[in-house]
Ligand binder design. Sequence first.
Ligand SMILES: *[C@@H]1O[C@H](CO)[C@@H](O)[C@H](O)[C@H]1NC(C)=O
Ligand SMILES: *[C@@H]1O[C@H](CO)[C@@H](O)[C@H](O)[C@H]1NC(C)=O
Length: 197
Amino acid sequence: MAAILCVFCLFLALTSAAAWSAPWFCHGHECPPYELIGEYETFEERYYNASRWIMTGIESTASSVVYDGFMKLYGYTDGENERSQKIPMTLPVIVATSQSDKENDRLSISFYVPPNLDLPAPTNADVESLDRPEGRVFVRAFGGIASESDWLENVSELREYLLKEGKEFDAKNYVAAGYDPPWKLFFRHNEVWIPAV
Ligand SMILES: *[C@@H]1O[C@H](CO)[C@@H](O)[C@H](O)[C@H]1NC(C)=O
Ligand SMILES: *[C@@H]1O[C@H](CO)[C@@H](O)[C@H](O)[C@H]1NC(C)=O
């Protein structure tokens, strides 16, 4: 009997090793899987599949504005939807631009939606779902509690590294990805993403 159980354990261990293994900074929450395709001294290159998010538009990156947006999304996951359904927390929380040649700079804050989740319709008209396309992104990770200017300076720094390495990137857009609540002081993990072109 023990031998049979052990064979079963081994099977579980092997199948889970083959599946996506989330990095430590996801802290056991669902986060979008990626493939690491390049590691450099100051940044890495990842490939993400298309993914679904819930989002709300924000007017600026000022902390209080970002916080209000966060609370709208949090409300949605806490039951402000047509099924009064609670939706488990995921990571990261991202603040992203969506600037194209046609559009002006538009900012949003979003929560990741795992692929198998059937999303209830929001009751707050400011909350909507958003599909992010698949593609490569350059990522710079850093620690500490980041202020608004820390985020933006980290974006500028990543752009400089990319120029130095001769990488082609989307110079208009970025994503700021947070993996920790504001009250956590140590072992924080923040990322800025810049889409590759
Ligand atoms: C992307 O999707 C394909 C097809 O579903 C899957 O085989 C692959 O593992 C996914 N890659 C990542 C990084 O999620
Ligand atoms: C990046 O953000 C951290 C705070 O998390 C800050 O200490 C650091 O100075 C920033 N880097 C740059 C280049 O501004």
